[in-house]
Design a protein around this ligand. Structure first.
Ligand code: PLP
Length: 283
């Protein structure tokens, strides 16, 4: 693979970041993941806008303009002949002697991008649906900033795997916040799409924004409010969205089947409609 590091395209074995990088020492870094389908970038303007917001919230310097960031994505897709997969982007506060105090504002950020390939759009999870296990949401209070502090989500996913499930849903004060790396939804018995409203407690998913638009266009009623695990278990359908999963049905929550325990028609329809629009608008 050819990866991008601080202005240069290099073979991955030759790409290096300092041991004093604050991304490494303090998780002082933000990231984005943009899907690639047919060699084109899905929802790129949304990912770029969210990156700007994450950088601003943490006072991280901007590594490049939007046009430059788009050009780097395209160059990496091209150099790696990537048809299907995603581009990972990360910006850290750069290299400085280890200190809780931020380094001088003119410290250059570290800027890294690489590609990851996938075999098919339709994964086993998309076809069969996910089984999820609930875990307490013990993450920090600014989950709207896309930082690389992914240890707890990673531990939660491992806990779910130990139970024989595919993923974990976080629960805080009795309601579901989101999945380890996706936003969570239910379809109510009235046929409404319900998902938690935006705030500091969840990541503002780019796929979420696109999905809610598509749902509205399909004439589905959207309710932005929280739901409990019991409400999700008793819902007509459940699903998650992310740049990696697109729209993926959830068929079991804490050992209880959702609906008939198979991917539901609304999640299926939303997945197809989301992908149609996203592919048509891909850059
Ligand atoms: N929520 C969390 C915690 C995530 O990590 C992600 C994606 O990585 C999402 C939601 C979905 O966001 P997006 O649709 O922008 O990929």
């Amino acid at each position: 693979r050819i990866v991008y590091v601080n202005g240069a395209y290099r073979p991955e074995t030759e790409a290096k970041v300092s041991v004093f990088d604050r991304g490494f020492l303090f998780a002082d870094a933000v990231y984005e993941v943009t899907a690639v389908i047919g060699g084109k970038l899905i929802d790129f303007p949304g990912h770029c806008a969210r990156l700007r917001r994450s950088l601003a919230e943490l006072g991280l310097p901007s590594p490049a303009t939007d046009d430059e960031i788009l050009a780097i994505h395209r160059e990496l897709v091209s150099r790696n002949a990537l048809e299907l997969g995603h581009v990972y982007l990360m910006v850290t506060r750069g290299e400085a002697d280890r200190d809780f105090v931020f380094p001088k504002a003119d410290t250059p950020p570290s800027f890294v991008l690489f590609t990851q390939r996938r075999d098919a759009i339709e994964t086993r999870e998309a076809e069969q649906g996910l089984k999820v296990a609930s875990v307490p949401d013990l993450r920090w209070g600014r989950r709207d900033i896309k930082t690389v502090q992914l240890l707890y989500p990673s531990m939660a996913k491992m806990e779910a795997k130990r139970k024989g499930k595919d993923d974990a849903w976080f629960v805080e004060n009795g309601t579901v916040t989101e999945g380890t790396s996706n936003n969570a939804y239910i379809v109510t018995h009235d046929g409404a799409i319900r998902t938690r409203a935006l705030g500091h407690d969840i990541l503002h998913g780019i796929t979420r924004a696109a999905l809610l638009k598509v749902a509205g266009e399909l004439g589905l009623h959207v309710e932005e409010r929280p739901f409990t695990i019991e409400e999700a278990q008793g819902a007509r359908e459940a699903f998650v969205t992310s740049a990696g999963a697109f729209v993926t049905p959830v068929v079991e929550i804490d050992d209880v089947a959702v609906g008939d325990g198979r991917p539901g028609p609304i999640a299926r329809r939303l997945r197809a409609a989301y992908l149609d629009v996203a592919i048509a608008e891909a850059l």
